[in-house]
Design a protein around this ligand. Structure first.
Ligand code: AMO
Length: 436
């Protein structure tokens, strides 16, 4: 493979000949000297070309350069404190326009998000965008490592399904030969299947699809769902303990590797949260929010976005935490597969995790007793026939188990204080966006 010199590594090199590649950021074409700022994913570098007879060809090329063109240049690296851009510059001896760009750039810094998404590959060239995806890589890698070190098995569940796994209202239907298939809304059923299969502890990081017509900053029709499911739990607190330790591992890795860059680019200090995260039953959270003067949703409704912000503000003030588990949701607002409280069937062994005021996750202990599960499915108006294969999991010996699903883009958005998941999704999919 061709050796590449990244711009960020040049400062540590001795003065002398170098070859570098990157995109033209700006050109200052002056009478006596020309300057080009070259950018790659790691930084920016000043190129200089004093005009004289020997450099006339290079000067011609520079005069015709358009912003965004991709160049490979050779030259002499020199450290010079007076150079504002990193204290180094390269005096050109050769310039090769490998990929010329059309001069009119279709987007600018102040273009709307929609316009930027139309030209996502150009938008992604911005250093902050590049950082977002390096942070995401580090975060995902740290989660995977944490799980692998603890003997979890990584599974890949199918995204084409014969029925819904969450609400029927958000199902994408696709033609499937003579019949119909549905895009998976969650790996829910199949990650649970790993428990009677004897896998013990599993995880998956994969796309999930929701035919949700929302245009909010936190909804996509396709998103990456981070899922885990574990056997031998005593209750949903075991799932929450795993969940918080996992997040600590992910955020520690991000802070160590990118903390300073993140502060420089976004003005955000990455905080590794203390554990245990505060845990507040939903009913109590609603009382707290009401005491703060906010009109809370009814008891049989989920916390709404403003309620989530209010409880997050409370937790930040009281416990200095960016995270809070809201627990024990009412059965009426939870799916049929959540286990209900022993002795109070109106509540479930479940939780939502709120990070900086937005829900990032839902988790629960699952109902593993087949008769109870069937009854709960019927109560929710589901036909046990349609759930046939799923219900079979519980007929052949299944351990108590539970797990969670967490939206990757929501975590990254909230971690980097971005205004929308559109900014942190490589290619966003929403109700009116299927391209590029
Ligand atoms: P839930 O439906 O709450 O739970 O989804 C889990 C998490 O996935 C993310 N998420 C979304 N992200 C972007 N756009 C969407 N339209 C969207 N919908 C959901 C959120 C949410 O918290 N099967 C359960 C999980 C479980 O119990 O294991 C489930 O899917 O961050």
């Amino acid at each position: 493979m061709t050796e590449r010199t990244l711009i960020k590594h040049l400062a540590a090199r001795d003065d002398g000949p170098v070859t570098v590649s990157g995109w033209v950021d700006t050109v200052r074409d002056q009478k006596k000297v020309q300057f080009v700022v070259l950018r790659d994913e790691s930084g920016a570098l000043q190129l200089v070309n004093p005009r004289n007879d020997e450099t006339a060809d290079i000067a011609d090329t520079i005069s015709n350069l358009s912003n965004g063109s991709f160049l490979t240049v050779t030259g002499d690296l020199k450290h010079d404190e007076r150079v504002k851009l990193g204290g180094i510059e390269v005096k050109l001896s050769g310039i090769d326009v490998v990929g010329a760009a059309i001069p009119e750039t279709p987007i600018a810094e102040d273009s709307s998000v929609d316009k930027r998404l139309d030209w996502r590959f150009l938008d992604l060239r911005r250093p902050e965008q590049n950082l977002i995806f390096r942070v995401q890589t580090t975060f995902e890698h740290a989660l995977r490592s944490w799980w692998v070190e603890r003997d979890y098995i990584e599974i890949h569940t199918p995204k084409l399904m014969a029925s819904a796994s969450e609400s029927r209202a958000e199902l994408f239907e696709v033609g499937y030969f003579e019949g119909t298939a549905y895009l998976a809304q969650s790996p829910q059923f199949f990650k649970q299947m790993a428990q009677p299969a004897g896998f013990g502890r599993v995880f998956e990081i994969a796309p999930a699809f929701r035919a949700d017509p929302s245009f909010t900053s936190r909804h996509a029709t396709e998103f990456i769902s981070i899922d885990a499911e574990i056997s031998w739990i005593a209750g949903h607190d075991d799932v929450m303990r795993m969940h918080e330790e996992l997040l600590v591992a992910g955020l520690t890795a991000v802070k160590e590797k990118h903390g300073e860059e993140i502060t420089a680019a976004f003005g955000v200090e990455v905080t590794v949260p203390a554990t245990p995260f505060p845990r507040i039953p939903l009913a109590e959270a609603k009382r707290i929010v009401a005491d703060r003067g906010y009109v809370v949703p009814r008891a049989d409704e989920d916390m709404d976005p403003e309620g989530e912000r209010q409880i997050a503000a409370y937790v930040q003030e009281e416990f200095g935490s960016e995270f809070v588990f809201l627990t024990d949701y009412a059965s009426s607002i939870r799916p049929f597969y959540h286990m209900r409280h022993e002795g109070d069937a109106s509540l479930t062994n479940s939780y939502d995790l709120i990070f900086n005021g937005v829900e990032i996750s839902t988790g629960a202990q699952r109902e593993h007793r087949i008769d109870v599960l069937e009854q709960q499915a019927r109560e929710k108006g589901l036909d046990p026939e349609e759930l046939g294969f799923y219900l079979d999991f519980f007929r052949y010996g299944v351990p108590p188990h539970g797990g969670f699903g967490m939206g990757l883009s929501r975590v990254i958005m909230l971690l980097l204080h971005q205004p929308s998941i559109r900014e942190v999704t490589y290619l966003f999919r929403g109700p009116n966006r299927l391209t590029p």
